[in-house]
Structures are given as structure tokens and as C-alpha cells.
Write a protein that binds this ligand. Structure first.
Ligand code: UDP
Length: 352
């Protein structure tokens, strides 16, 4: 296409990082986004009634150990210093995750010190009790199969500590953009070398029109599911406005019991404690999250890492390799459970 050096198809965090980086290298970048708005699954909407920033596709907290990713995103937005904590409702009690002194002492009604915790938890019966209470039900709901059948790296995302630290992440660099996530994407794309066209999806036929194409939509969708669809997990959300200033007292409560049909409830105003007016408003927005098996027409959110899915991904990658102009990335494109910062790092790396 004339006046375009590269096409970036998909304006999520990977695509926007690629677009910006290439634009700054002097490339003329055209961005196509399938949806009418940019931001991918990090997209937010400001609730008109309360001013609350609602994470349209579930909670997103930027957290990282990687200086390059952190320095890159902070060129566009300032972060508010929010530190993520997650509570877990089990039975009629609420506990602090992750697995540490707060959880163990609360669950077993003991008062262990850091030095005492490892020996106490070496007991297999106790280990099993904790696992069955906090991981078995949640994992079965989230992945549609028992924890024994999923890759152990997934559960290991949740830290284990012998301290009272209840920060959900080990990353000290953490927060929510003060001006909201949408401003991050809009500012990344605000460059004289970038032109954005929304409601525009890439097809294989378009590849011939561009010298280079960076794609971050679902890997299987690009090839029209010719080898069958990858086993994605999707999510359904139920959003509700409550006539109370504070409904659950925190941003995320996980409902870890199998009998509760949803996995967690988000209460978005807690992501912006600095927004005093929004916090004081007598209403709040909550969102229940229900995981499900992806079927055609659903949004894909999570890749399901199994031996079969890896083999299928490999087949699609071999197919993709037939198109030398094509670079595929992001969570959906690589079929990898990347966090936002990992997508930024990988995008920066692939642009040189
Ligand atoms: N997990 C769990 N119970 C919890 C929280 C997490 O069993 O209360 C397991 C579950 O399998 C989940 C994984 O740990 O998919 C990773 O959790 P994380 O909070 O990182 O998931 P995300 O926020 O990315 O959906």
C-alpha cells in the first residue's frame, strides 16, 4: 500500500507498542483494529453515572520487574502507585491471598511466625487442605478441568511467601494509569507516522498489500481455523451498579468454592483511591466474572496450554512461516499466557 511501510493489525498493548516503536524509527505505520476502539482487552469505559473506570474485559493491573517495559509505558502515562491485593472468599470467611502468613494463620486459626511456617506447611494433610480450599475449586472453574490436568506454571503465578506481605504480585513497579488505560493506548498511537483505522480486521488476502505485517489477533482466526480452533477460555461478565459507596471494600474478591458459579467479583473504584470524588460517590460498579469454554463468536481470553494445543499451535506457526512478511505476537497471537508487561517487552524486542 502506498505511503505505508508496515501494517500493525490489532491495537492491544503489543500492537500499540510495536506501532509506536516503529513510528519512532521513522516507519510509516498503519494500524488496523477489528473493534471500533483501540486497547484490546485492556480497554476501559468510564461509567457515565459514577465516573468509575470500568475494565470492560476484567481487571488489568500493570506490574513488572522489567525496566524497559516500565520506562516505556511511563513515557505516556503516570501510574497511581496502586498495589494489588486479592481476597479469597471460602465458605463464609474471607482470607488474604497469596499463600502466606495471613492465609495460613487465618485458615488454621494459628499464629505462626515466618520461621515456623515452612515446618507447619510441610504436613501433607495441611497442604492438601489449603490446596483444596483455595485452588481446586477456582482452578476447575477457570480452566474447566481439575488442577491436576493443567500446567503447574499456571498455579505458580500466585506467589508463596513466609511473611505477612499480602501484595498479590512480587513486582514493586505496579499501578493503574492516573488518566486511565485508554489514555495509554491513545497516546501511544498519537504520532505523526501512525494512522489508525478501526473496525478493520486483517485477512490473509491483505498480506500481499504490505511489506511487513505485525498481527496480534488470535492465531487460529487468521488462518480461518483451517486446522481446527485452539482451546481458548472465554469469559462472561455481569456488571451491576450498587447503591452503596463501597460494596466489598477492595478491588477483587476471588470466590474459590466450586459451588459459586463465578470466579471473582471486581469493584473498580478501588483501583483509583486518588479519585476522591469517585470514591465518595454513593454508588459503585461491580462485575462478576464467569469463565467458559470458548466457542465460535466468543472473545478468546486465555490460552489453554496442553500437549494437544501446543501441537496445534505448532501447525499454525508452520503455516504462518509461509508468509515472510508476517510477524505474530501478543497473548492471542502467540497463544501464550503473557501479562501486559511481557507483551510490551516482547513487542520492544521484536522491533529492534
Ligand atoms: N488460582 C486459584 N485460586 C485463586 C487464584 C488463582 O486456584 O484464588 C489459580 C488459578 O488456576 C488461576 C491461576 O492460579 O488460573 C493464576 O491466577 P491469576 O490470579 O494469576 O490469574 P489471572 O488474574 O491471570 O486470571
Amino acid at each position: 500500500m502506498e505511503n505505508v511501510d508496515v501494517l500493525v493489525a490489532g491495537a492491544g498493548i503489543w500492537g500499540c507498542t510495536v506501532a509506536r516503536r516503529l513510528a519512532e524509527q521513522g516507519k510509516r505505520v498503519l494500524v488496523w483494529e477489528r473493534r471500533p476502539v483501540v486497547g484490546g482487552n485492556v480497554r476501559c469505559e468510564t461509567d457515565p453515572e459514577t465516573g468509575i473506570e470500568v475494565h470492560r474485559y476484567g481487571s488489568h493491573i500493570f506490574h513488572t520487574h522489567d525496566d524497559a517495559a516500565w520506562n516505556f509505558v511511563r513515557r505516556f502515562v503516570e501510574f497511581n502507585g496502586y498495589q494489588h491485593k486479592v481476597l479469597a472468599r471460602h465458605g463464609d470467611k474471607t482470607y488474604f491471598l497469596p499463600l502466606g502468613l495471613a492465609l495460613v494463620n487465618g485458615f488454621f486459626n494459628v499464629n505462626l511466625t515466618p520461621a515456623e511456617l515452612p515446618a507447619f506447611m510441610a504436613d501433607e494433610t495441611r497442604k492438601k487442605a489449603i490446596f483444596d480450599a483455595f485452588f481446586r475449586g477456582y482452578t476447575s472453574k477457570q480452566w474447566g478441568k481439575p488442577p491436576e490436568e493443567i500446567d503447574s506454571s499456571i498455579i505458580k503465578r500466585v506467589p508463596v511467601r513466609a511473611s505477612w506481605d499480602v501484595n498479590y504480585f512480587n513486582d514493586v513497579r505496579q499501578g493503574i494509569p492516573l488518566t486511565g488505560y485508554n489514555s495509554l493506548f491513545e497516546r501511544m498511537l498519537d504520532h505523526p507516522n501512525i494512522r489508525v483505522e478501526t473496525s478493520r480486521a486483517l485477512t490473509l488476502a491483505d498480506l500481499a498489500d504490505f511489506g511487513k505485517v505485525y498481527y496480534s489477533g488470535p492465531l487460529d482466526a487468521l488462518f480461518d481455523y483451517k486446522f481446527g480452533h485452539l482451546p481458548w477460555r472465554t469469559l462472561r461478565f455481569e456488571t451491576e451498579t450498587k447503591d452503596v459507596a463501597d460494596w466489598q471494600g477492595t478491588s477483587v474478591v476471588n470466590y474459590v468454592d466450586a459451588e459459586v458459579p463465578y470466579t471473582r467479583i471486581h469493584e473498580f473504584k478501588h483501583y483509583h483511591p486518588e479519585q476522591k470524588d469517585v470514591m465518595a460517590c454513593g454508588k459503585t460498579v461491580i462485575m462478576r466474572e464467569y469463565p467458559a469454554t470458548w466457542k465460535p463468536g466468543d472473545e478468546p481470553y486465555y490460552p489453554v496450554d496442553t500437549a494437544e494445543s501446543r501441537a496445534l499451535v505448532e501447525k499454525y506457526r508452520e503455516e504462518a512461516a509461509k508468509y515472510p512478511a508476517l510477524v505474530i505476537g501478543g497473548r492471542l497471537g502467540e497463544y501464550k499466557y503473557y501479562d501486559m508487561d511481557q507483551s510490551v517487552s516482547r513487542a520492544l524486542a521484536c522491533c529492534g
